[in-house]
Design a protein around this ligand. Structure first.
Ligand SMILES: *Cc1c(COP(=O)(O)O)cnc(C)c1O
Length: 428
């Protein structure tokens, strides 16, 4: 693709952008009276303007109908979560029956491990990636200890090769084969939160199954970001949070995928509650648990409707736009950001090293940039000048130009502010 690092060129790209109008559907924080350039939708997505309407609707139903809202609200509460399944299923590549919304991400991974981490005899090890997101490390370690094993023995980490920034699929598969029949579970983040690397989920899932292990994915950085085909890849289970690329609001509910081959298994262990019970008989208060014939069987409590309302608002937008259009723009805007970074790099003394893989298939929206020779002052300069990025030790900024609301002009302006920040420091 031919790119130029100029305002005109960036504005032309915005003119050609079919999704440009969606920028106006989100609320941007302001710095110095101007909308910020928001690169942290991989951490907390912006608020869709429609979210408030969805929340107000629940507040109104609660005020006017009180308990009757469970059945008589226009979006009744007793089955509120069911409104998510079909829309989410499209985003993650699943059947609607395989998807449900409940709890929060780490909680759901724990609950899914009740079903899918069942160590016994020789088979008790979990394979995960080194330096996994901290919550995942704590979760896996505590699960292993809960079952009476030593994390140092039961957790096997896949490592990057010396001097390389990313994992190699062949190394992941080799490790799975090496652990072989001792492997109970493979559980990896589908998109690495630090580098933005996308794992080959299909190949890894197949390799895990070949040694008789279950394979699950933490899709926190994948859902709403990359193309997923969870059913086709035959993934056993997955979960994701909704407040990153899915713009549902801070700490909001998590989505879960449970492969349909487990839905009617009577011998699968699961922590159960009344919201997983046969919905036709839920209110008969019978003593015997009858699971729903789908992923909803994993539901435990009645749904937090007020929290979930903005998630539903956001999903309507995803449904309207669809992942293919988001991915098409994503590829272009990420490539443009990469180009701008390289151009600015030529004009200043620092060296930017993009540690995210260069191949499109191995990356999504995020570029992680190692800023050699720069410090946290640069990050602060960016913040003060309306560019919101995030900083990770030792020297990495993560940039996610979310296709829903970031513009090509944002990329150009960011490049200019970055350059000023570096040159100003040299003058100071
Ligand atoms: C963001 C993120 C989480 C967050 O977990 P919560 O339970 O929602 O707080 C967990 N794992 C990964 C990989 C993440 O990126």
């Amino acid at each position: 693709m031919h790119f130029e690092n100029s305002l005109d060129f960036a504005r032309n790209l915005d003119k050609e952008d079919k999704l440009a109008k969606y920028r106006n559907e989100f609320i941007f924080p302001k710095v110095n009276g101007k909308d910020v350039i928001y690169f942290v939708g991989n951490s907390l997505g912006l608020q869709p303007k429609s979210a408030k309407k969805f929340v107000d609707e629940v507040m109104k139903d609660w005020a006017e109908l009180a308990v009757e809202g469970h059945f008589y609200a226009e979006k009744s509460w007793w089955d509120y979560h069911e409104r998510f399944s079909a829309k989410l299923a499209k985003i993650v590549g699943a059947d609607a029956s395989e998807v449900t919304v409940m709890n929060t991400l780490t909680v759901n991974l724990h609950l899914l491990m009740v079903s899918f981490y069942r160590p016994s005899g020789k088979r008790y090890k979990i394979i995960c990636e080194e330096k996994a997101f901290p919550s995942d490390q704590y979760m896996i370690s505590s699960q292993v200890r809960f079952h009476g094993y030593d994390p140092a023995d039961a957790i096997v980490e896949i490592k990057k090769r010396e001097g390389e920034n990313n994992f190699r699929t062949e190394d992941v598969i080799a490790k799975i084969n090496e652990v072989g029949e001792e492997c109970a579970l493979v559980l990896i983040g589908g998109v690495n939160y630090y580098t933005g690397q996308v794992f080959d989920m299909e190949a890894i899932t197949k390799a895990g199954h070949a040694v008789g292990a279950f394979v699950g994915w933490d899709l926190a950085h994948a859902a709403g970001n990359i193309e997923l085909k969870l059913s086709e890849w035959n993934v056993d289970f997955a979960a994701w949070c909704s407040y990153k690329y899915m713009n549902s609001g801070p700490g909001n509910a998590s989505g879960c995928f449970i492969n349909k081959k487990y839905h009617n298994k009577t011998d699968i262990p699961r922590f159960e509650g009344w919201w997983g019970h046969n919905k036709e008989r839920r209110f008969l208060m019978e003593p015997e648990f009858q699971p729903q014939p789908n992923a909803d069987a994993w539901q435990i409590s009645n749904a937090p409707i007020l929290a979930m309302a903005p998630y539903l608002a956001s999903l309507e937008m995803f449904d309207e736009v669809g992942m293919p259009a988001l991915i098409e723009k994503r590829n272009k805007i990420v490539a443009y950001l990469e180009f701008v970074l390289h151009e600015i790099d030529k004009e200043v003394d620092s060296t930017f090293e993009i540690i995210t893989p260069a191949e499109q298939i191995q990356r999504g929206t995020q570029l992680s940039v190692f800023l050699h020779g720069e410090g946290k002052e640069l990050f602060r300069y960016l913040m003060e000048n309306g560019v919101i990025t995030d900083w990770r030790e030792p020297n990495v900024i993560r940039l996610a130009p979310v296709p829903f609301y970031c513009s090509f002009e944002d990329m150009y302006q960011f490049g200019q502010i970055l350059k000023e920040g570096i040159l100003n420091k040299e003058l100071a």
